[in-house]
Design a binder for this molecule. Structure first.
Ligand SMILES: [Ca+2]
Length: 643
């Protein structure tokens, strides 16, 4: 027998809720000890806390879970439910194959149900508090407690994150209350909501609150200010000039909204070197203005046959100052022991190029992305009637049917990027004096190396917010005027490991430089020239004719340059031959000219057949949006839909 995917989801969700309530709240909750619990008569059908709720608020509606007699058949269930409806009950969710129902019902009606033979038990639908999968597995939940009296909880408070995307559905309860402090449109459509459905999802990953499903989908920086800069239209597309106008607006309004982070979950094919690419140039302007720019790597990590390809980082992810983000896969478990890379995540090197007067192309060939974060099958906020969901209904996470609570599942480096943008906001809250370079360095240094993946795939590793916030808290706040070799920390170096959900891992302990991976404890104990403003983090070393040159101006002697890129087998590959030979690593081929998307328009990671001409690109985009078919973040029902 084949069970449809959506039916399976509902079944799994129902099971989850049942087991969740059982595990999260002791069944004896509300009872005063076992003696009383044991004295529970089989005929008693109301939980004690429900009794109390009825007593204290008989005129009100209560939220209950009604469990019907298992011996009954479906017809009897329907009859019982009809009876409950007649008494003013509104069924908010069917559970347990129809045998159990979550409902809202006038408290005054409950007494008359006590003797109903169809009903086994009625309990109060108790609110539970959980931390969501994303905030748990990234370490954001642990980071909340790493603040000071001055900062309070580390939740992004007062730090602005500009979401350059397809708009945001501001009424979604993930953004309660008044979290979106500014909205501006650069698409020409004259609206700032999100008919496409991409920007709302992205914004809630970065900064959504814990309102829906008792916190199951809490974003990384749930108190940050959200700045909605709409540069993608209702089809999810836009022009490069839209995006540039949006970036320049952020620079001009940085002070007004304390914009410290820009999130760009979109990209265009990188053909020009970052030196000439206008989107990269705009990203650089933002960076020079003190804003950390987080950019999606792109979803071109494999070709139509599913084979690994290298060299398909999208612009502006090709810009060296940007923090470029690839997608990891948590497999839906909080523990990071099983985490891997999403197959669709674009790998470096960057392949933008300049052409010399005699026609020779010179490729940038930088290592990108710098970091990876969860981006496979992420459940986050959905805007109502959005285009993505209308075309691909299977992406409905079936969490809630209420518009302001609705959630959908999406995959892509688009989803990974806002997790990093939210993390950056937490760092700036913890230590407002961090330069963008230093914030970027801390995020890279504390990342977890993913096994069997090279630097072109994972950069410095997977986002570790616990480690990053802890380290940011140790960095001195009087950074102005520091020179190379000065103490960077206020005390001793931190323990360079993190334990999340019971699994401990060492920090990667390194930084991505243009063509190299630099490592060593000095990177975080001593001030490095590359942490200042007016330089690039990635400019610590120079490569000349295959020779690595450490710059005494920018890096202290206690740091070590890898002699090229670390391959998945741990063997160092010689840089000079690595990229010029045209063949790269043994497990994939190098994309020769970066022309995967033929039309050169700016696209969100999730694009559709109608907006893309080449069938190959369409297939790739669709497969990326559905994500890798592994276990994933599970839908947890919203049991309080009217709130
Ligand atoms: Ca995991």
């Amino acid at each position: 027998m084949k069970i449809s995917k959506s039916a399976l989801k509902v079944l799994m969700a129902a099971f989850l809720v049942a087991s969740f309530l059982t595990m999260g709240i002791p069944l004896t909750a509300g009872f005063k000890g076992t003696a009383q619990a044991q004295s529970l008569s089989p005929s008693r059908k109301l939980s004690e806390d429900l009794d109390e709720a009825i007593y204290s608020a008989s005129e009100k509606t209560v939220k209950v879970i009604v469990d019907m007699e298992p011996s009954l058949n479906n017809r009897s269930y329907s009859k019982t439910l009809a009876k409950l409806s007649a008494k003013g009950g509104i069924i908010t969710r069917n559970l347990n194959g129809g045998q159990t129902a979550a409902m809202e019902i006038p408290a005054s009606a409950i007494a008359s149900l006590k003797d109903d033979t169809g009903i086994r038990y009625i309990s109060l639908d108790r609110p539970t508090v959980v931390s969501g999968h994303l905030e748990t597995t990234t370490g954001a939940a642990m980071a909340r407690n790493l603040g000071t009296t001055a900062t309070g909880a580390i939740d992004g408070k007062n730090v602005g994150i500009a979401i350059l995307d397809s708009g945001i559905y501001a009424a979604h309860h993930s953004f309660l209350t008044n979290r979106i402090v500014a909205s501006v449109d650069f698409t020409g459509e004259g609206r700032t909501d999100d008919p496409y459905g991409h920007g709302t999802h992205v914004a809630s990953i970065a900064a959504g609150n814990n309102h829906v499903a008792n916190g199951a989908y809490t974003g990384v920086a749930p108190a940050a200010k959200i700045i909605n800069v709409r540069v993608l239209n209702s089809q999810g597309a836009g022009s490069t000039s839209n995006a540039i106008a949006g970036i320049d607006w952020c620079i001009a309004n940085k002070a007004a909204y304390n914009i410290r982070v820009i999130n760009m979950s979109f990209g265009a094919t990188a053909a020009d070197s970052y030196v000439n690419d206008p989107l990269c140039q705009a990203a650089r302007r933002a960076f020079n203005a003190g804003i950390l720019v987080c950019a999606a790597a792109g979803n071109s990590g494999k070709n139509a046959s599913g084979n690994k390809i290298y060299g398909a980082i999208h612009s502006p992810g090709t810009e060296p100052s940007a923090l470029t983000v690839g997608a990891a896969n948590t497999l839906g478990t909080d523990s990071r022991s099983d985490d891997t890379l999403a197959s669709f995540s674009s790998s470096g090197p960057t392949r933008g190029y300049t052409t010399s007067a005699n026609g020779v192309k010179r490729y940038d060939n930088f290592i990108k992305p710098e970091i990876v974060a969860p981006g496979n099958k992420i459940v986050a906020a959905a805007s109502p009637n959005n285009r993505i969901l209308s075309i691909t209904p299977s992406l409905d996470a079936l969490v809630s049917t209420t518009a302001v609570h609705k959630m959908m599942t999406m995959s892509g480096t688009s989803m990974a990027t806002p997790a990093v943008a939210g993390a950056a906001a937490l760092l700036f809250q913890r230590n407002p004096n961090l330069t963008p370079n230093l914030a970027k360095a801390i995020l890279e240094y504390t990342a977890q190396t993913i096994r069997n993946r090279n630097n072109y795939q994972q950069g410095a590793g997977q986002l570790n917010i616990e480690g990053a916030v802890r380290l940011a808290g140790l960095v001195r706040t009087d950074l102005t005027g520091r020179v190379l070799g000065d103490a960077l920390l206020t005390g001793t170096a931190p323990t360079a490991s993190t334990t999340i959900a019971g699994y401990s891992f060492q920090w990667g302990g390194g930084l991505i430089q243009k063509w190299n991976f630099v490592h060593g404890a000095d990177l975080m104990t001593k001030y490095q020239g590359i942490y200042g403003t007016g330089v690039l983090l990635s400019e610590g070393v120079l490569l000349s004719n295959g020779t690595l040159l450490g710059s005494g101006m920018l890096l202290s002697t206690g740091t070590t340059l890898s002699q090229g890129v670390l391959s998945s087998t741990g063997v160092l590959l010689s840089t000079g031959t690595l990229v010029t030979a045209g063949t790269l690593l043994s497990d994939g081929t190098l994309l020769s000219d970066g022309t995967l998307l033929s039309d050169g328009t700016l696209l969100s990671d999730s694009v559709f057949a109608s907006s893309m001409s080449p069938p190959v690109a369409t297939a790739l985009a669709m497969s990326a949006m559905e994500g890798d078919a592994t276990t994933a973040m599970l839908p947890i029902l919203d049991l309080d839909p009217l709130n």
